[in-house]
Ligand binder design. Structure first.
Ligand code: PLP
Length: 384
């Protein structure tokens, strides 16, 4: 049996040709494919503006800069996420406050966030970074209300959820990253995510002034709008107005992302089928404490099962060449964050989840017999 990872990319001949075409063109970076990719992505998500950047972490960093995070600013996020979600606050000198998860959804618990906000004077917390963990959309309508009551901004980490949605209080579908509730949303095009570009990221928003600021920050803080220049020395003149970075995406990556985007809807459909199948196969099994389920609007970047004897199961699966993975080691228990006083027992739901969670293979090219093998192997381990 060939190796079955928890997730993997899927490259077609059309994707390869799209990259080759760029290599033969005049632009390897800062060419026409960036805007084409941004526009197509904005249309797919249903937002006004999209800014392509070098990776998801750079996207998060630019968001904290555009929103003006300063030294000492407190920002709330989930401990069950990739470290980059928290780290972007630190890049800007801010302080990360973790709020516990809801044990049923694995998403940041709005009541835990509310409790933090209510315990301190207004203005203590500057922002909230909810994560559409595993591909399940956070109900951002509720978070928007809470954020507004407390003068906070929202950055939605939607890396797991392009194509995911929740239904709002009017039962209207709200796509992850559509800009209706979050100030800014971010996505990643790392090969393990839904859309692979090698490396890559995207920021989406409906806010024009944040959009323009992000365009400048992506390229060293050089003003991209000619009418906003303070001086004019001639046709060659460019003007750096604030400290930015080189967080550009190459046209090679944008072409690959654009080609992959055409199959995004198909990919989600396949992910949902795989998820439904796991859910049915495991629903009445006594070795399953909880599982991701069959949930409307879930983009199924990951399929999580909660089980006992996880270490033994992981090791057993490896002997069968199934590479399940744990998502995530809670951020607050990383040595880096422990130095700020975080410790075991601070976030009991996140820690209990961490003790039992396992992400089992889910990706569009996982075929039926491979999935059946994964299911049978897990059942065999538990003699079930
Ligand atoms: C992948 C990921 C990131 C970082 O994206 P990169 O493109 O790898 O920098 C941030 N947050 C979450 C939730 C992710 O899964």
């Amino acid at each position: 049996m060939k190796k079955i990872p928890y997730g993997r990319h899927d490259i077609t001949n059309e994707d390869i040709q799209a990259v080759i075409d760029i290599l033969k063109s005049d632009w390897l970076t800062q060419g026409p494919n960036i805007k084409l990719f941004e526009d197509a992505f904005a249309e797919y998500i249903g937002c006004k503006y999209a800014v392509a950047v070098s990776n998801g972490t750079a996207a998060l960093h630019l968001c904290t800069l555009a929103l003006g995070v300063q030294k000492g600013d407190k920002v709330i996020t989930s401990p069950i996420t990739f470290a980059a979600t928290a780290n972007c606050v630190r890049y800007a000198g801010g302080e990360v406050i973790f709020a516990d998860i809801d044990p049923e959804t694995y998403l940041i618990d709005i009541n835990a966030v509310r409790k933090l906000l209510e315990a301190e004077p207004m203005g203590t917390y500057k922002g909230i970074i909810p994560v559409d963990f595993a591909g399940r959309a956070v109900n951002l309508e509720e978070f928007r209300k809470l954020a507004e009551e407390n003068g906070c901004w929202i950055i939605e980490d939607a890396c797991h959820a392009p194509g995911g949605y929740f239904k709002d209080s009017f039962r209207i579908k709200q796509n992850c990253g559509n800009g209706n509730f979050a100030d800014l949303s971010i996505f990643s095009f790392h090969p393990v995510k839904h859309i692979a570009a090698g490396e890559g990221g995207m920021i989406t928003t409906n806010n024009e002034s944040l959009y323009k600021r992000l365009l400048n920050l992506r390229t060293h803080g050089i003003q991209q709008d000619p009418s906003k220049k303070q001086y004019d020395h001639g046709v060659w003149y460019y003007e750096m107005q604030e400290l930015g970075y080189n967080y550009r995406l190459t046209d090679i990556q944008a072409a690959l992302g654009l080609s992959q985007l055409k199959r995004a809807t198909e990919g989600i459909e396949r992910r949902c089928e795989i998820a439904k199948n796991y859910f049915e196969e495991f629903r009445n099994k006594n070795f399953i404490v909880r599982q991701s389920g069959d949930i409307e609007g879930h983009a199924y970047h990951l399929y999580v099962i909660e089980i006992n004897n996880r270490t033994e199961l992981v090791n057993y699966l490896r002997t069968k060449n199934i590479w399940a993975q744990v998502h995530y080691v809670p951020c607050h228990l990383m040595p880096y964050y422990r130095q700020f006083g975080w410790k075991e027992g601070d976030l009991p739901h996140a820690e209990e989840y961490y003790n039992r969670c396992l992400s089992i293979p889910i990706y569009p090219s996982l075929n039926e017999s491979e999935q059946a093998f994964v299911i049978d192997t897990i059942k065999a381990f538990y003699n079930n």
